[in-house]
Design a binder for this molecule. Structure first.
Ligand SMILES: Nc1nc2c(ncn2[C@@H]2O[C@H](COP(=O)(O)OP(=O)(O)O)[C@@H](O)[C@H]2O)c(=O)[nH]1
Ligand SMILES: [Mg+2]
Ligand SMILES: [Zn+2]
Length: 370
């Protein structure tokens, strides 16, 4: 099948040689998770962004690791930061010293968050990923509301979430925590408890890390992301840190995102712990769909779910069918999503010179249509 490439590109012996090198190039790119079929125009090369530093990018072409700089158009202040090359991107480069990134290939999936602070800015956490591994320690780090926040952010990414609980070896009551979490999250969300230091234990994650797969590890600093990464790698590649006793927080040992090739054939992106994970405003909050259905059963369409008669939410809270903690987290994330969606809409309107824009996805909320 592959030689077809060459026959289109050239003719005679030249074409066949080119075809062979194209097939080899594609084979090489497959190792770093590339799924495309056609290569860039002659004179350009494809590589994947494995790390981003202040001074430039680190790229991998399936064989070599090398540095590169973004072309000038990526540095324009008017450019949405979300359109700049990010870790996980497949980029076209032109040779040079150093090589230059000239184009970002269309992204299969994008995991982003809104940056902390006043100005609305979407930040890309990772692109072209199949799985978002949401890692939480079973120590003081354990926090179902934060897991729900991560899952909300993952919803719009196109990648599948996998909830991982580390430090299984440190407690005896993990089964009960696990059962409660499974009951709280949408059915079908994979939840695994692991000891990140034990290779036999992390083997259960290999189905997510097969050739062609890309996964990103997210979670607070100290949760054990780098420890798990090292165990999966079979080497101490990422620096890990001691956790402070009083709050189970790590010391941000990992300072940058890095995409690594695993012996199982998949690619894994380790990230530094992110202090604030603001919603972008584009989330659907599908993981709370049951609550939205419930709220539609209230007697009054504009029910405030306080002391109104016939409130289905209050009834569920009273009977224990809906946990107060989950309800509070839903309200918090919903309000934040609404606020961010409004800010995003205003920003898009400004960018388009005052013309009305399509509603951001997050506004497709049953109650908003009333
Ligand atoms: N007992 C135990 N300790 C772990 C586990 N995973 C991580 N740790 C420890 O937790 C600390 C923080 O881990 P690290 O991988 O640096 O966290 P990161 O900030 O998420 O990358 C280190 O001291 C690890 O040895 C685990 O599954 N069991
Ligand atoms: Mg780390
Ligand atoms: Zn109500």
């Amino acid at each position: 099948m592959w030689p077809c490439f060459g026959l289109f590109r050239g003719s005679g012996t030249q074409g066949i040689i080119r075809a062979m090198t194209d097939a080899q190039t594609i084979e090489r790119l497959r190792r770093i998770g590339w799924r495309g079929e056609s290569l860039p125009a002659q004179g350009r090369q494809l590589a994947r962004v494995v790390a981003q530093h202040r001074a430039g990018y680190e790229l991998h072409d399936g064989e070599h690791l090398f540095g590169a700089q973004p072309a000038g158009h990526f540095l324009k202040r008017s450019l949405d930061p979300a359109d700049r090359p990010a870790v996980g991107d497949f980029v076209e480069i032109e040779p040079g010293k150093p090589p230059h990134i000239v184009e970002v290939q269309p992204r299969r999936t994008v995991l982003s968050r809104a940056a902390a602070g006043e100005r609305y800015e979407r930040q890309t956490i990772a692109t072209n990923i199949d799985y978002v591994l949401v890692l939480t320690g079973l120590d003081g780090d354990f926090n179902p509301a934060r897991i729900e926040r991560y899952l909300s952010l993952t919803e719009g990414s196109g990648a599948q979430p996998v909830v991982l609980l580390s430090k299984l070896d440190t407690r005896d009551d993990a089964d009960a925590l696990l059962a409660a979490l499974r009951a709280r999250l949408p059915a079908g969300t994979p939840v695994h408890a692991i000891n990140g230091k034990d290779p036999a234990c992390v083997a259960m994650l290999l189905p997510y890390l097969q050739p062609g797969d890309s996964a990103v590890l997210v979670g607070s600093s100290g949760a054990g992301k780098s420890t798990l990464t090292n165990t999966l790698l079979g080497t101490e590649r990422m620096a890990t840190g001691e956790v402070r006793g009083h709050d189970s927080r790590g010391r941000h040992t990992t300072t940058y995102r890095a995409l690594l090739q695993l012996p199982s054939g998949g690619c894994l992106i380790d990230t530094p712990g992110m202090r604030e994970l603001k919603l972008t405003g584009e989330e659907n909050l599908d993981l709370f769909a049951d609550i939205e259905v419930l709220a539609e059963q209230c007697r009054f369409a504009d029910c405030g779910h306080g002391s109104e008669p016939g409130c289905a939410v209050q009834a569920a809270l009273d009977s224990g069918d809906l946990s107060a903690e989950r309800w509070r987290n839903y309200l918090k994330l919903r309000d934040e999503r609404e606020e961010q969606a409004t800010t995003l809409e205003a920003k898009l309107r400004r960018q388009r010179g005052g013309r009305p824009v399509a509603q951001p996805r997050g506004n497709r909320h049953p109650r908003d249509r009333e």
